[in-house]
Design a protein around this ligand. Structure first.
Ligand SMILES: O=C(CO)[C@@H](O)[C@H](O)COP(=O)(O)O
Length: 224
C-alpha cells in the first residue's frame, strides 16, 4: 500500500505548547512539519520567521518543509533565504505567482546548491501550464486547495483536480517530482487527493488541538 507523507501545518499549533504539539507528531510516526512563512504582502496574514524555526530544529529532529507565502524584497533575492537555510530544511517551497522567471531560476538553483528539495506552489486559480516546464527540474509541486493565507478554510475541490493532471504528466515522463497538497484536508478530502495520486499531505486544523490526534493521523497516513 502506498505510504503518504503527512506534514502537519504548524500554523494550527498552540505556540504556548509547541514542543508538546511537535512531540505528539513524533509519537504518532509523523516526522515532517510544514512551516508557513507569510509576509502580509503576498498573502493577507503575517506569521513567523527564521528564528523560531532555528529554535525548533535545534531541539527536535524533524524534516522541515518551509512554505514561503512571500514576495521577496531583499535587494539580492537569495539573501532572503539565508537564515532559513541555517535551520537545515528538507524542502523549501515558493509560489510561482510571487516570482518572475529569473527569480524562479535563482530559487531552484539555491535549493539545489544547498541540498534542499526545490518545490514550487500553485494557488487555486493558477493553471498548471504555468509550472509544467519546471517539472523536470524541481523535486516537488505543492497544489494549494485553499487560497493561501489562513488555516481552517474549506477545501476547493476543483483545485484538487490539478493533482490528477500532474500525476499523469509526471508518470508519463518518468519525472521524480512529488506532489503535495495543502488546504482543507480532513478524513474526507484526503480520500479525494489520494485518489488523484498525491504523495505529501499537509493538514493543520484537522490535526492540531484535536483530542483524537492519533486516530486522525492514522486516517491520513493510511490508504483509502
Ligand atoms: O498554507 C496554508 C494556508 O495558507 C496551510 O498550510 C494551512 O495552514 C492549512 O491549514 P488547514 O486548511 O489544514 O487547516
Amino acid at each position: 500500500m502506498k505510504k503518504f507523507i503527512i506534514a502537519p501545518s504548524v500554523l494550527s499549533a498552540n505556540y504556548m505548547n509547541l514542543k508538546n504539539d511537535l512531540t505528539q507528531c513524533l509519537e504518532n510516526d509523523i516526522n515532517w512539519i510544514h512551516y508557513d512563512v507569510m509576509d502580509y504582502d503576498f498573502v493577507p496574514n503575517l506569521t513567523f520567521g527564521s528564528k523560531i524555526l532555528q529554535d525548533i530544529t535545534s531541539q527536535i529532529k524533524m524534516n522541515i518543509d518551509i512554505h514561503f507565502m512571500v514576495k521577496v524584497k531583499t535587494k539580492n533575492f537569495t539573501d532572503f533565504f539565508v537564515e532559513y537555510i541555517k535551520a537545515n530544511p528538507q524542502m523549501m517551497t515558493m509560489h510561482i505567482e510571487s516570482m518572475n522567471a529569473k527569480e524562479t531560476k535563482l530559487f531552484i538553483d539555491l535549493c539545489k546548491k544547498n541540498n534542499i528539495k526545490a518545490s514550487l506552489a500553485v494557488s487555486p486559480q493558477t493553471p498548471i501550464k504555468k509550472i509544467i516546464k519546471y517539472l523536470p527540474i524541481i523535486d516537488n509541486i505543492l497544489v494549494m486547495t485553499v487560497e493561501p493565507g489562513f488555516g481552517g478554510q474549506s477545501f476547493i475541490e476543483h483545485a484538487a483536480g490539478k493533482i490528477g493532471l500532474l500525476r499523469k504528466i509526471i508518470d508519463q515522463n518518468n519525472y521524480k517530482t512529488t506532489i503535495e497538497v495543502d488546504g482543507g484536508i480532513n478524513s474526507e478530502t484526503s480520500k479525494i487527493v489520494k485518489d488523484y495520486g498525491v504523495d505529501i499531505i499537509v493538514a493543520g486544523s484537522y490535526l492540531f488541538g484535536q483530542k483524537d490526534f492519533a486516530q486522525r493521523a492514522k486516517k491520513l497516513a493510511g490508504g483509502n
